[in-house]
Design a binder for this molecule. Structure first.
Ligand SMILES: Cc1cc2nc3c(=O)[nH]c(=O)nc-3n(C[C@H](O)[C@H](O)[C@H](O)COP(=O)(O)OP(=O)(O)OC[C@H]3O[C@@H](n4cnc5c(N)ncnc54)[C@H](O)[C@@H]3O)c2cc1C
Length: 487
């Protein structure tokens, strides 16, 4: 019989692996782990485990495998799809203490870090030498490299530099039965690094990663383009890319967000504009002003109200604060918010933003937009109060309608936040039962008992693995039923 995670014998085993200091049992301690940044899914884990070494992770996974106890990996819990939420019968395996930069090899432009290292600390470790780790999710001050790998995180500079998988050289992973493996992009055969990256903690636990470093660009020009209407802003985005220019970043921030950021940080942002574009070009000094000039000319021709260029590094940081701190400042406007992550072809941006506005009106919800416009990766942020169950139902229904609209526009369910629990039941909008079955077979090859991050990424139905249909925690099922009723 499967033990409960708090069985005395099993607990004794966990203590022998992690020590008393590596475990959290009380509700007061566990409550901070009850959700990630997708706060609509909440559930207290059975136990929180905080390992310090790969060996501890391996021994813990072996014990859980032998006793058939589910395990949910977690980094910083900044995920926006409910991916690192665990039920009461599961261990939440939080890698935040495994946060060391292990080695830096500048001649070969690579860095090795433990999975719990915070993204920004990778760049901080090499910035003085003129290098950086390019993937820069807006959560980079908190999110971990392990979480970035699991979700294949992007960021404002993804437009030019690519997503996390483009910057990973090798991974140390622990399989659900405790076996430790090193996977490398230099291995022949299947690209297992590519497979694990983006697998949302359902195939293996990442414990270390070797990442590529890129040179910090010689020169950067950052522009803030103030737009009279959302349509003007989206027309500029398409025109810039159509002109053959590849900015390093091309972000859009709407009026609601601008007002919240300005109230919090007093950055001198235009609070009367409907939207601004934050556009950055980088590279060698020669020619960079010409590129920035071309972008300005396109925006002016399409009706920009005004264009501000960052005067120096401090001014650039001011403009980026407007983007990177944007979602955090929404707490001034609303008790709760929920960020969607659909993708559409860039040319469909005007249409989809109109549809999102209409969905907001239909469900009586305020929806703000701040997103990676250059690659059509939307982040509509729905403002609401999670203490109001009727409003929560409308938020879930509106979220589903936004995802359907993205798919109908020829887009995808997620750009970078992953499927998690939030979008799991929408996968059949884009994948056939055969597709889902094939994915379940891949998962089954790594995670045959379905014990690693159960109930995430793949829907209950349409899989080949009967164990994935097993009831999970009561809390998870309750949430799923609430969701199904609302959608
Ligand atoms: C304000 C804000 C801004 C954001 N901006 C961006 C953005 O620009 N781009 C973007 O891509 N995302 C963004 N996100 C989402 C989130 O920060 C990313 O998905 C990030 O990669 C999650 O990292 P984490 O360490 O918090 O992982 P968690 O939230 O703890 O976990 C995320 C997923 O990864 C799995 N996981 C975590 N660690 C491991 C591991 N070591 N091994 C195996 N699986 C693991 C978990 O099981 C879960 O499925 C943002 C979030 C917030 C709150």
């Amino acid at each position: 019989m499967r033990p409960t995670v708090t069985d005395a014998l099993f607990l004794g085993l966990l203590k022998s692996i992690l020590g008393e200091d590596g475990l959290r049992y009380s509700d007061a301690q566990k409550v901070v782990y009850a959700s990630d940044a997708y706060t609509l899914e909440k559930s207290l884990p059975g136990i929180v485990a905080l390992p310090r070494t790969t060996r501890e992770v391996s021994e813990l996974l072996r014990a859980c495998h032998e006793h058939k106890v589910p395990v949910v990996p977690r980094g910083a819990g900044t995920g926006l799809a409910g991916g690192s939420t665990a039920g009461g019968d599961a261990i939440l395996l939080c890698l935040s203490r495994m946060n060391q930069i292990l080695s830096v090899d500048l001649p070969n432009r690579r860095l090795r870090a433990q999975a719990g290292a915070i993204n920004i600390n990778l760049t901080k470790a090499v910035a003085s030498e003129g290098y950086q780790f390019a993937p820069d999710p807006s959560s980079q001050g908190a999110s971990t490299i392990g979480g970035n790998i699991a979700n294949n995180a992007g960021g404002p500079h993804t437009l030019k530099y690519g997503v996390t998988v483009n910057h990973i050289l090798s991974l140390q992973v622990v399989l659900p039965d405790g076996e430790v493996m090193e996977l490398s992009t230099e291995d022949s055969g299947y690209d297992l690094v590519g497979l694990v990256t983006g697998s949302e903690g359902t195939l293996a636990v990442v414990t270390e990663a070797t990442v590529k470093l890129v040179k910090t660009p010689d020169s950067v020009r950052t522009l803030l383009v103030v737009c009279d209407t959302i349509d003007d802003a989206t027309a500029m985005i398409s025109a810039i890319i159509a002109a053959g220019i590849l900015p390093a970043a091309l972000e859009m921030i709407d009026k609601t967000i601008l007002q919240a950021v300005e109230a919090a940080y007093k950055l001198g942002l235009p609070t009367d504009a409907e939207a601004v574009l934050l556009i950055e070009v980088d590279g060698v000094e020669a020619g960079i002003d010409r590129q920035a000039g071309k972008i300005s000319a396109i925006c002016q021709a399409l009706g920009a109200l005004r264009i501000e260029a960052a005067k120096d590094a401090a001014d650039r940081a001011r403009l980026w604060t407007a983007r990177k701190k944007s979602v955090g400042t929404l707490g001034r406007l609303t008790p709760s918010h929920c960020t969607q992550d659909g993708v559409v072809p860039r040319t469909k941006l005007p249409q989809i933003l109109r549809e999102i506005a209409a969905i907001g009106i239909k469900y009586r919800l305020r929806i703000a937009n701040v997103f990676h416009a250059g690659d059509g990766n939307l982040h509509p942020v729905v403002l609401f109060d999670e203490r109001d169950p009727e409003e929560v139902k409308r938020v879930i229904a509106a979220g589903g309608e936004i995802l359907r609209a993205c798919v109908n526009a020829g887009g995808a369910l997620t750009g970078e936040h992953g499927i998690g629990i939030e979008k799991r039941d929408f996968l059949d909008l884009v994948f056939s039962p055969d597709d889902l079955d094939a994915m379940a077979k891949v998962r089954g090859a790594f995670n045959p008992d379905g014990l690693l991050n159960p109930g995430k990424l793949l829907p209950f139905g349409g899989t080949c693995c009967p164990q994935l249909h097993q009831p999970e925690t009561e809390a998870m099922l309750r949430l799923t039923k609430t969701r199904a009723a609302a959608v």
